[in-house]
Structures are given as structure tokens and as C-alpha cells.
Design a protein around this ligand. Structure first.
Ligand SMILES: Cc1ncc(COP(=O)(O)O)c(C=O)c1O
Length: 334
């Protein structure tokens, strides 16, 4: 990737003149079966630019209460976009109850109180689902949500930060999911190992609006070919490698599940994220701190839940060693 960056042919992408960015955006559009795509600086910017492109101020965004957009994006859709985040419960498998999604939709045809409500603009899905432990949400579920959205004239945005992990785990093409979406955000970083960047894909009209939003957010980038070049490597060479991360996550899950005090069902680990439970929030944060001192980094999801993630550069031996350290720290602490 560093070599690709050094050798990238560049131009000014704010004027649409960077040939490497153009190549990456065409590749992403082709892979997702969508009309167009746009390179953005991060997953967070991609989700925000997408929501802003779908909705004018004062609209509602329906999303899961465990979603990344709700938890980890600084409320940016509200703070910067004037959008209202309307959460519905997230089930442990990363899906949202269909009845809850449909009941959350508020449009003129449905509500006597329409003039009191912020009307729905978009429904967001996440795949794989981060806080649900990297669970794969099926294309069939996407189809059901899309049917509800179409019925009510509402858009569907997919936070597909790890959609390629989902596709690989399910053995299906990403188009099985993207064909049910009006927009999708894909991260080039994370498992695909690029240093920076995400792509948002959708219709040409959507991408045109998103491009304006990206510029408003300060995300118009000049010689962005140096970022796009590793992105092309990510999409062409790193997607099938995700299988290693999934196998390594299984090693972690199997090992962790055998440690007394840790609650985890390895059968639920489908991709590169392992979420496990400890008896209390206090025990989990103390355990995370002790692991960090031993060189194992975990994220604290609160309420006694901890997350470990596998990625490029973390091999099988490292995962086996991490399990040993987790067992040793647990024996002293749990
Ligand atoms: C599901 C999901 N969406 C979006 C993001 C945001 O990506 P970024 O960190 O590039 O802003 C993340 C990052 O962890 C994520 O897990």
C-alpha cells in the first residue's frame, strides 16, 4: 500500500481531476452494483454525508439503539445536520424488529399528529453489527426492511463498515445486500487494512448530493489519489484475506469461552469481532485494564461487555498468546 501511495497518479479531486480517486470510485460502484460512489475521509464522515444527502433538517433517522451511528458518531447527524435520531431496539443478532421499524415511521399518510412530528427520512441498518459482536445480518432481512421503506417512500442507508466481512462469512456477493439499499458506507480501513478512507455508494443523484455534503463537512480533498491508491489495493487484494481474521477470531472465541468467569458462545462469532461478558461492569473494566498492562487491547462496551477484534498483522500465534494472557489474568482477577 505504501508503494501504491508513492506511485499514485494524482490530480485535484475537488475539481474531480484525480484519476486514482476516479478509479477507486468506479471500482466501488462496480463491486456494489450501484451507479456511483464517493471517497470520504472516514466511516463517520461517510455515514454523516449519507444521512445529510438523504434528509433535509428536521427529519428523523430510524436506527438501532446499539448502532455505531447512535453510539459513536458524536450525535453528528443532530449536531451538524438538524436530524433527529429515533432509536428502535437492536436484537442480539443485529437486526431491528420489523414491527418496531414500521411503527417508528411517521409520515403524513399515517399520522393525525403529522404536524407535530419530525417526518421520517431514512432507515439505517448496520452490517456486520459491531456492538452485537460482528454478527452478519442476512440479505433476506435487508429485503424485508427495504420493502417497508419502499412502501412508505423512505430511504435505506447501510452502515457497511464491515460489509465485506459479512459477505465473506455468508459466502454471498455484497450485491445481495446493496441491492436493497439506497446508500451504503464501506470502510477501506479496519479489516481491509488501508490507512484511511471510506466509500459511500448509491445512485448518481445521491452521490451528487453527498459530494456537496462532503464539501460542507470539509472533506473535499485535493491530491487524494495518495489515499485512493491503497484503497484500490484494499478492494482488489484484501477482501479474501478477511477469512484469516475470521478464523483467528474463532480461535480467540473458543479459547476465551473456556476461561472461568467469561461468558461467550463461540457459535455466535461469525466474523472478526468477539464480544464477551463478565459478571459486572466493574469487573470488565478492571479486567480490560489488567489485559492492557499485559499487551492485550480490548474495548469496553459497558455493562460488563468487552470486545476484541482481529485484523491484518494479528496472526494465529498472536491470538493463541492473547488467549493465554486472558486466562492468566482471569485466574488472578475473576
Ligand atoms: C459499524 C461502524 N460504522 C462506522 C464506523 C466509523 O468508522 P471511522 O472510524 O472510519 O469513522 C465504525 C468504526 O469503528 C464502525 O465500526
Amino acid at each position: 500500500m505504501r508503494k501504491a501511495m508513492a506511485e499514485a497518479e494524482v490530480g485535484d479531486d475537488v475539481y474531480g481531476e484525480d484519476p486514482t480517486v476516479g478509479r477507486l470510485e468506479r471500482l466501488a460502484a462496480e463491486m456494489t452494483g450501484m451507479e456511483a460512489s464517493l471517497l470520504v475521509a472516514s466511516g463517520t464522515m461517510g455515514n454523516l454525508a449519507s444521512l445529510l444527502a438523504h434528509c433535509e433538517r428536521g427529519r428523523e433517522v430510524i436506527l438501532g439503539d446499539e448502532s455505531h451511528i447512535f453510539h459513536y458518531e458524536n450525535g453528528s447527524a443532530s449536531a451538524l445536520g438538524g436530524l433527529v435520531l429515533h432509536t428502535v431496539p437492536t436484537r442480539p443478532d443485529g437486526t431491528l424488529p420489523l414491527e418496531a421499524v414500521e411503527a417508528a415511521i411517521r409520515l403524513p399518510a399515517h399520522h393525525y399528529h403529522y404536524y407535530h412530528y419530525a417526518p421520517t427520512g431514512v432507515i439505517c441498518l448496520e452490517n456486520t453489527h459491531n456492538r452485537c459482536g460482528g454478527r452478519v445480518v442476512s440479505p433476506e432481512y435487508f429485503a424485508e426492511v427495504a420493502a417497508i421503506a419502499r412502501r412508505h417512500g423512505v430511504a435505506v442507508h447501510v452502515d457497511g463498515a464491515r460489509l465485506f466481512n459479512a459477505a465473506l462469512a455468508a459466502g454471498r456477493p455484497v450485491t445481495d445486500w446493496t441491492r436493497h439499499a439506497d446508500s451504503v458506507q464501506l470502510c477501506l480501513s479496519k479489516g481491509l487494512a488501508a490507512p484511511v478512507g471510506s466509500l459511500i455508494c448509491g445512485s448518481a443523484e445521491f452521490v451528487d448530493r453527498a459530494r456537496r455534503m462532503r464539501k460542507m463537512l470539509g472533506g473535499g480533498m485535493r491530491q487524494a489519489g495518495v489515499i485512493a491508491a491503497p484503497g484500490i489495493v484494499a478492494l482488489t487484494e484484501m477482501v479474501s484475506r478477511l477469512a484469516e481474521d475470521h478464523a483467528n477470531a474463532k480461535i480467540l472465541a473458543n479459547g476465551l469461552s473456556r476461561i472461568p468467569g467469561i461468558v461467550l458462545d463461540p457459535a455466535e462469532v461469525e466474523t472478526n469481532i468477539v464480544v464477551f461478558r463478565l459478571p459486572s461492569a466493574e469487573a470488565a473494566s478492571a479486567y480490560a485494564a489488567a489485559l492492557e498492562r499485559e499487551g492485550v487491547l480490548v474495548s469496553d462496551f459497558g455493562a460488563g461487555r468487552l470486545r476484541v477484534v482481529t485484523h491484518y498483522g494479528i496472526d494465529e500465534a498472536a491470538c493463541r498468546r492473547a488467549v493465554e494472557i486472558c486466562a492468566h489474568v482471569a485466574a488472578a482477577q475473576l
